[in-house]
Ligand binder design. Structure first.
Ligand code: NAP
Length: 320
């Protein structure tokens, strides 16, 4: 089969399109014929090695994908060959024609969604759900600011927050991104490059502040976020690309929290709860992933450039 392989860490061009051996399902495993793979910013961090971590080399990148079940080990319960599925955190990389999964990593893909949309679910919706509920403690009627709402996690957070009847504010950094936020039905959209936009956000809350901020770029925004919080508000840090200074008094004055979100030490039940809720909402048609750009699998290097350098508009995926 064809796959993207990384033999050394470095620039996007270290990803090469190669022939690799076919996969066979081991005990309790499922082989999925992928038709699309999600491109997440973390794939670029792992590939570059710039953040000091990388999988053992060589490896196939990618955590998310969607396709059709190709074969199933007899011990893998509930999975049938031919079923349309999306996969999250597959055992093998998803920048490939096939991947290997455990049953808990394979979820039904509603008929109304394309494979590209299926590949946009795993990391973005799983992260957004955990940020809002497990970490953010969101309750219906609260106001959430999705700070960086035009990308994969941001769009997912808007849709999940609206489904939970929160009041949703979002930010974007381009005209297209602002339009996307409007189409997604946010209560108010703000451009995070416009001078004074934080004042406008505070004003839109009637001076009370946001109950929850889902933060995609904490190294730029965390100090200001602490001043945008309501009393007992919570910032959930999803993304950060460097150090940042805050005034802790802003938190003390509000009895407010900053909460980090990451993959380490997350109990299995928390992930299962998030994906059970996501699957329920997908089946109801309440979650509809937005695809901004689709690249052929062989052009994974261009997709990595795009996810880091271009203004976000929904999700970038590879056609496998
Ligand atoms: P993405 O699709 O590339 O979107 C990036 C978002 O950040 C866009 O909405 C972008 O808006 C926004 N942004 C850019 N400059 C900003 C600023 N000054 N203030 C606020 N937002 C700004 O990436 P993603 O998949 O949504 O992921 C978002 C971040 O979370 C990434 O850093 C990613 O690594 C991280 N992440 C972390 C976890 C975790 O487990 N902690 C999981 C998933 C993702 P414009 O392009 O419109 O300016």
């Amino acid at each position: 089969m064809k796959a993207i392989r990384v033999h050394e860490t470095g620039a996007p061009e270290v990803m090469v399109f190669e022939d690799v051996p076919e996969l066979a399902a081991g005990a309790g495993e499922i082989v999925v014929r992928l038709h699309a793979a999600g491109v997440n910013p973390v794939d670029t961090y792992l590939r570059s090695g710039a953040q000091g971590y990388s999988p053992a080399l060589p490896y196939t990148p990618g955590m998310d994908g969607a396709g059709v079940i190709a074969s199933v080990d007899a011990d893998a319960e509930g999975a049938a060959p031919g079923a349309r599925v999306y996969v999250h955190h597959a055992l093998t990389g998803t920048y490939a024609e096939y991947c290997l999964c455990r049953a808990a990593q394979v979820h039904p893909l509603p008929a109304a969604l394309s494979f590209a949309q299926g590949a946009a679910i795993g990391v973005p919706y799983g992260t957004a759900h955990r940020a809002l509920f497990a970490r953010g403690g969101a309750q219906s009627g609260e106001t959430v600011l999705v700070h960086g709402a035009s990308g994969g996690v941001g769009v997912a957070a808007i849709q999940l927050a609206r489904a939970a009847k929160l009041r949703v504010f979002g930010t974007a950094g381009s005209e297209a991104g602002m339009r996307l936020l409007g189409e997604q039905g946010v209560d108010a959209a703000f451009n995070h490059h416009e001078a004074g936009y934080q004042d406008a956000i505070l004003e839109a809350t009637g001076g009370k502040g946001a109950d929850i901020i889902i933060e995609m770029l904490a190294n730029v925004n965390l100090g200001a976020d602490c001043k945008l919080l309501a009393v007992r508000g919570r910032v959930v840090v999803v993304g950060s690309r460097g150090p940042v200074e805050i005034n802790a008094r802003d938190l003390m004055m509000r009895n407010a929290d900053i909460r980090g979100l990451g993959p380490r030490g997350v109990p299995e039940h928390e992930i299962a709860e998030a994906f059970n809720a996501i699957d329920r909402l997908l089946a109801q048609g309440a979650l509809i992933p937005v695809i901004g750009k689709e690249f052929p699998l062989a052009e994974a290097p261009a997709a990595h450039d795009a996810v880091i350098q271009q203004k976000a508009f929904g999700k970038i995926v590879l056609a496998c």
